[in-house]
Design a protein around this ligand. Structure first.
Ligand SMILES: [Zn+2]
Length: 298
């Protein structure tokens, strides 16, 4: 009997040893799998971190982009604003004012205007003449762009006789003139830059048969815009205010008499427009008091 008991005991011990052995092996295999998973998770994290670091390294170039993205939320499409100011499209949204300056850049006036805009933290649109964008003004031109304002095209040469012979739009000349200012701007802002907004010299309202030029500009992604308000700084002498206060008053009167929630103000930043610069801080304060948003074009 004792012999059988001893045999059974050794058999059970053997069986136990086998079971324990299998269990340990399984455990080892399991922990190998889990550690593999953990390793791959660590790898993933490393990769993610590397990606993040790479991102950080490329950031300096992104910073230049964001500099010109200032006032991004204040950007409007000129075609839409045009339809709204002409009453062709209904608009009941917040009131918006567009400060626009034609005929620059100018080495003396433009920097002073930029300083005023900067201290009031508002955007503007500069409708530039290609002939004045050159080595002497390139820093001002770049400053307009870098400080988040809209740089828009206002022809290369501002030559009425070439653009509108006999007061009739010559589409070929207008497009050729537009391409010329576009090329000039690319010299300073890079080949990827392109104008999105255009103002006809003298205003679209002043000339006939501009439909073909309008369409060809639109095909290049460019919308035109006139104005529905002004300081009067380029009006004939009989209507031109002779004081800065006179200009502020003209803007106020035109605003009060307007039924539009969008005011596009025509001003100029060429050398002879001293009164506009003097009037600008009060014009900005006036619209801030009325709760207007300050917009710019694309
Ligand atoms: Zn002009």
């Amino acid at each position: 009997m004792n012999k059988i008991k001893g045999l059974l005991l050794s058999l059970s011990l053997l069986l136990l040893a086998l079971v324990v052995g299998i269990f340990i092996r399984e455990q080892k295999a399991y922990s190998a799998i889990t550690s593999e998973i953990k390793d791959s998770q660590i790898e993933d994290k490393k990769e993610a971190k590397n990606k993040e670091n790479n991102k950080k390294e490329t950031n300096p170039t992104e910073v230049t982009d964001t500099a010109s993205d200032k006032f991004k939320e204040e950007t409007f499409d000129a075609g839409e604003v045009r339809a709204i100011t002409k009453g062709e499209k209904e608009y009941t949204g917040e009131k918006v004012v567009f400060l626009t300056f034609d005929d620059g850049p100018d080495g003396s006036s433009s920097p002073r205007i930029l300083d005023i805009l900067d201290s009031n933290n508002v955007p503007a649109t500069f409708f530039l003449q290609g002939q004045y964008i050159n080595e002497d003004t390139k820093d001002i031109f770049k400053r307009m762009y870098d400080e988040g304002h809209c740089v828009a095209a206002h022809s290369f040469g501002h030559d009425y006789g070439y653009l509108y012979p006999g007061r009739v739009g010559n589409a070929a000349n207008i497009i050729s003139d537009f391409n010329k200012i576009q090329e000039r701007a690319k010299e300073y802002l890079g080949k990827d830059f392109s104008f999105k907004t255009w103002r006809y010299p003298g205003g679209h309202m002043s000339w006939q048969n501009l439909e073909s030029a309008d369409e060809q500009l639109k095909a290049q992604g460019v919308e035109w815009i006139d104005w529905n308000n002004m300081t009067g700084d380029a009006e004939p002498a009989s209507r031109r205010p002779t004081t800065a206060q006179g200009m502020v008053n003209m803007v106020k009167q035109l605003t009060e008499g307007s039924s539009s929630n969008m005011q596009v103000i025509l001003m100029h930043d060429n050398r002879s427009k001293e009164l506009t610069i003097q009037a600008l801080p009060e014009i900005i304060a006036y619209y801030k008091d009325l709760g207007y948003k300050f917009g710019k074009f694309k």
